[in-house]
Design a protein around this ligand. Structure first.
Ligand SMILES: [Zn+2]
Length: 382
């Protein structure tokens, strides 16, 4: 069903269209024209107003059997940098960048597979389930497109996100991530004339930093303090200093206890500070959710269906955890059960990025086989 030559050609065309985050307009309109020409209705949601992208997420509806829920398929439109003037080097078995830019297989390999699927469905008109194809913007800068996706257009209960490396390794779990900031307020004073009238916020913050755990906390939990700032002049006792950090874990419980630990340590250090002036020193802690964890059991019907699709496509599918976030975290949090499939992209987010043609073709076979299986069985699943 998959036409490898046509897939490869489309993939190279997509790689030639620059699409850094927020500047996904050109590639999005190219795809919208392409899907319209195939006769599939598509439209943009209004997420651009919130993400800052030139366009919203592109949503394509491929009609199918009416009685089963649609299957959601997703890839992201944006790439990281450097992505100006990408030159694709084609070798016999792989495509790579020339070493000065990324290649952009992350995630254009996923987009190319979905385009090939749509073309193949047009040619092989078997009675398939309806499909909802979503091309998100701004994935690389915090999953912004997916977070602002207008879910009232989405009716799917299951989804496949094409945004991982090896087609034989399907991602069924990813962590939660929180970012946090700790601000310490002291009191300024002239450092040479009357230092005793000041409270040094940097000194207090240093104490906080050295008391907090960082690095690998346990096998499924990490924490990092990644930014520090404070003070203005060298001759002034600084009245303000802050840090920013993040924590990730596959266990929500562990993250909650880590959050409490941060709060307790900061409160303790501030409260026990020997020198107090009025209400100072004081502090402010802020936590924000970046993405929420998910874990789909290997015996879940969606996971079993993918393993079987792999078998039929000649692939030995195994499941693995991912340590980063992706659009799949957002869909799972919305109640749409989602797995992440590998497209073959390797060394992503580096100028050594490459993709083996064989892996790209295997991904396309896996996805089209999964659509067939879903179409045959969706009635049993829901
Ligand atoms: Zn990606």
């Amino acid at each position: 069903m998959i036409n490898e030559e046509r897939l490869l050609l489309e993939f190279k065309t997509l790689l030639s269209i620059e699409s850094p985050s927020k500047r996904e307009g050109e590639i999005a309109y190219y795809l919208a024209d392409l899907f319209e020409a195939l006769g599939y209705p598509c439209f943009f949601d209004k997420s651009g107003e919130h993400t800052g992208s030139e366009v919203g997420n592109l949503i394509v509806k491929i009609p199918g059997k009416k009685e089963v829920p649609p299957l959601l398929l997703c890839a992201h439109l944006d790439t990281v940098g450097p992505c100006e003037g990408i030159e694709v080097i084609e070798e016999e078995d792989l495509l790579r960048s020339n070493g000065k830019t990324i290649l952009g297989a992350d995630d254009k390999a996923g987009i190319a597979v979905l385009v090939e699927l749509a073309k193949a469905l047009k040619e092989n008109s078997f009675s398939h389930a309806p499909l909802e194809i979503v091309f998100t913007t701004c994935e690389e800068i915090g999953l912004l497109g997916a977070k602002n996706l207008d879910f009232k257009h989405i009716n799917a209960k299951w989804a496949l996100v094409l945004d991982s490396e090896n087609p034989e390794e399907v991602v069924n779990a990813a962590p939660s991530s929180y970012q946090f900031s700790v601000k310490v307020f002291g009191k300024s004073a002239h450092a040479g004339i009357e230092p005793e009238k000041g409270i040094n916020a940097i000194k207090i913050l240093a104490q906080i930093v050295s008391s907090l755990p960082t690095g690998r906390i346990d096998y499924e939990t990490t924490m990092n303090i990644g930014k520090i700032n404070g003070g203005v002049y060298v001759n002034v006792v600084p009245d303000f200093a802050f840090i920013e950090g993040e924590m990730r874990s596959h266990s929500e419980e562990k993250l909650n206890s880590l959050k409490s630990e941060v709060e307790d340590k900061v409160r303790e250090i501030i409260e026990n500070h020997p020198h107090k002036i009025d209400t100072l020193p004081s502090y402010k802690i802020n936590f924000t959710t970046v993405f929420k964890a998910f874990h789909i059991e290997e015996e879940d019907p969606l996971a079993r269906m993918i393993r079987e699709a792999g078998y039929l496509a000649g692939l030995e599918v195994k499941f693995k955890k991912k340590e980063g976030g992706s659009d799949a975290n957002v869909f799972n949090a919305q109640g749409i059960k989602t797995l992440i499939l590998g497209t073959g992209m390797q060394k992503v987010h580096t100028t050594e990025e490459f993709i083996r043609k064989k892996d790209l073709f295997n991904c396309a076979r896996l996805v089209s086989t999964a659509v067939k299986l879903y179409s045959e069985r969706a009635k049993e699943f829901f």
